[in-house]
Design a protein. Sequence first.
Length: 81
Amino acid sequence: MRWCHDDRNRSDALKIIAAEEKVDETAAARKLAQLPPSGKLNLPGLQSVLDLRIQFRLTPPMGKDLVRYYEESFYREVSNS
């Protein structure tokens, strides 16, 4: 996320987003603006989404435990680089 938000990388970030999302540069710029400022997970937000899915009987195949959906050690490692 830091790389994407660095003004020196804006042009390259827009090209990557446009190619991956199959959109024009204007749409890519909107998507870039929507990226969170960091790669940190919003665990309370994710828990809310999971709780709603469970409430409406849309429980994902991996179950009701949020920690099954992400690898915490990965996020700790990349946040230190």
